[in-house]
Design a protein around this ligand. Structure first.
Ligand SMILES: N[C@@H](CCC(=O)N[C@@H](CS)C(=O)NCC(=O)O)C(=O)O
Length: 243
């Protein structure tokens, strides 16, 4: 049962059970970390009016009793401050700015690199109105058609894997980015892998990548919550990435 006071608006595909947003996954993991259960409502890109009360046009949005919070980072702060008796999302005070840095690194560097792999897969999973909006907004953002953005598959995968180098090195000596146990820094990066898992049949890591073991640990966390998330039925993507 969810706690009646918490409602999370999450991006959904044409299949309303398909919740694939990397930012919403950060919040899902943060809620689970705090041992909180929210009522999770599906939301589509073109349903801006449903979240207009936040003044924002993006999800996640969390309603906690009479407060509405938008932006995954703000939501994480809210959860930490409002539920101090639950496990900390950040750890000691010094870890907060470092976690903020990880969040920025993910959003500025890893997210666009992952987008170049997933954009067309995402488009296929949306309701028609969202498809039109998504194509126009992302093509304007990236300056090319969705098809052209994803076409250099091998280069795009290579670029993402190279961008993941700091994470890979860190995970050679510790199980989680935050140390011995996972924290919000881990969820910031993990959200990206849920984005891939819930939209595409393409494996973005090589089989021997140490990041894979970390990803598996987080897929299994909280009773396998992330592992059991709905995935799309997709034909296997053909073609070798060549690396
Ligand atoms: N900085 C925001 C970014 C949220 C965001 O971009 N969410 C996407 C879904 S992954 C969205 O709602 N996009 C709406 C749009 O593109 O119009 C956060 O961390 O919550």
């Amino acid at each position: 049962m969810h706690e009646a006071r918490l409602t999370l608006y999450e991006l959904a595909g044409a299949d309303l059970e398909l919740r694939f947003s990397p930012h919403c996954w950060k919040t899902r993991m943060a809620l689970a970390h705090k041992g909180l259960v929210a009522r999770c409502l599906p939301w589509h890109f073109t349903e801006k009016s449903r979240i207009a009360f936040t003044g924002l046009e993006t999800v996640p949005v969390l309603e906690d009793r009479n407060t509405a919070i938008g932006d995954s980072w703000q939501i994480a702060q809210h959860l930490e401050q409002s539920y101090p008796d639950r496990p900390s999302l950040f750890g000691p005070a010094a870890a907060l700015p470092l976690t903020a840095f990880v969040n920025q690194w993910v959003d500025a560097t890893l997210l666009p690199a992952m987008a170049r792999i997933l954009l067309l897969d995402i488009h296929r999973l949306l309701i028609p109105e969202d498809q039109t909006y998504f194509r126009a907004s992302r093509e304007a953002r990236f300056g090319a058609t969705l098809e052209d953005i994803v076409a250099p598959v091998a280069d795009n995968l290579h670029h993402l894997r190279q961008s993941l180098a700091p994470l890979r090195r860190q995970l050679r000596s510790q199980p989680y980015l935050a140390g011995a146990t996972p924290a919000y820094a881990d969820y910031c990066v993990f959200g990206l892998f849920m984005w891939a898992r819930c939209t595409s049949s393409r494996e973005v890591l090589t089989a021997d990548d140490p990041i894979d073991a970390w990803r598996n640990r987080l897929l299994d966390a909280f009773g396998g919550m992330a592992r059991s998330a709905t995935r799309p039925f997709l034909p296997c993507v053909g073609g070798d990435d060549g690396r």
